[in-house]
Write a protein that binds this ligand. Structure first.
Ligand SMILES: N[C@@H](CCC(=O)N[C@@H](CS)C(=O)NCC(=O)O)C(=O)O
Length: 314
């Protein structure tokens, strides 16, 4: 059995997709948390793992895989005791159905939704989940810090100049896009259309499976990669404070019931529902480790000064 490691950050949308697939398949993997707020994903060692400097990245033996949708496909084929498939064969009608809904959800501009709603809280219907999503100043500070640190790293590592230049360009553009309220409104309106289509699809699935008293998912009676995409999307809406827009029981009765049921699924609970607590725990431990490191360094310097003092006064 090859060594499997997942580089991810708990609150990262795309990381949740990859992680959910490994959890659903019952695959044992080593967790390697890459701290996005500290720009660990831009460190030279990580650019060797993923030249785009993004999480998630999956390591299988000596090979590295990026792009969360690809990681789901790979996870589905890794040796596992769970025979249930997340990605049905692409030539089968079920496979085509799953591919269609995966793409439809993946096409939503989740970055603009995430940062745009954080910048303009008037888009929210309920209080966003504390501490993970920032306000306008927080978003600005985070991206400016990212640009500053990437410039420093670029000067220290000229061999990676091209990669850093590309990332800096991208971050500067995002800083413009995420403050463009008109663009954010347009993205949310097109999200409304997609969510209405999802509601209709769930209604069809509920009717079909309801006759047999079975549970329903987005593409039938089993949980697939399309459900992974829908669950991470609903989880993100919850964190942002815009979930009521898409789970109003009058307008979205099936989505509402679906989410109530799916939240309790062990993989969803672990990866999506608990991610806020997990992120906070990780950041807290990281701070403590840093303070302890600084305190230890102070201690060593203190002892050295004391020894020198004693030596000079002998
Ligand atoms: N298309 C990629 C997107 C990955 C991605 O954008 N990840 C974000 C975190 S959710 C990231 O690493 N951002 C860091 C950056 O862009 O500098 C995928 O599906 O894996």
């Amino acid at each position: 059995m090859k060594n499997i490691e997942l580089y991810f950050f708990p609150s990262s949308f795309y990381s949740q997709r990859a992680r959910l697939s490994l959890e659903e398949k019952g695959i044992k993997y080593k967790e390697r948390i890459i701290c996005l707020p500290d720009n660990e994903h831009n460190q030279p060692w990580f650019l060797k793992v993923n030249p785009n400097g993004e999480v998630p990245t999956l390591q299988v033996g000596n090979e590295y895989f990026s792009e969360s949708e690809k990681i789901v496909d790979i996870a589905d084929k890794l040796p596992s005791d769970i025979k249930h498939t997340l990605v049905p064969f692409s030539n089968s009608p079920e496979g085509q159905h799953v591919a269609f809904w995966r793409k439809k959800i993946d096409d939503l501009d989740i970055r603009t939704i995430t940062f745009g709603v954080s910048v303009y809280p008037d888009f929210t219907q309920e209080k966003p989940t504390e501490s993970i999503m920032q306000n306008a100043q927080g978003v600005k500070d985070r991206f400016e810090k990212n640009i500053r640190e990437s410039k420093t790293l670029m000067n220290e590592h000229p061999e990676l100049k091209e990669m850093y230049e590309r990332k800096i360009r991208l971050t500067k553009q995002r800083l413009i896009d995420f403050f463009d309220k008109e663009k954010i409104t347009t993205v949310l309106v097109s999200t409304d259309t997609t969510m209405a289509e999802i509601e209709q699809q769930l209604c069809k699935m509920a009717d079909a499976s309801g006759l047999r008293g079975a549970d329903y998912f987005l593409c039938g009676e089993s949980f697939t990669a399309a459900d992974i995409n829908l669950c991470i999307l609903l989880g993100r809406f919850k964190v942002l404070g815009i979930l009521p827009r898409f789970t109003d029981p009058k307008k979205y009765p099936n989505l509402n019931k679906y989410w109530q049921r799916l939240q309790k699924r062990p993989s969803v609970e672990k990866v999506i529902i608990n991610n806020v607590a997990e992120t906070k725990r990780f950041m807290f431990c990281r701070k403590i480790r840093r303070y302890c490191g600084a305190a230890a360094a102070f201690g060593v310097v203190g002892v050295a000064v004391w020894l020198a003092y004693r030596h000079l006064n002998r």
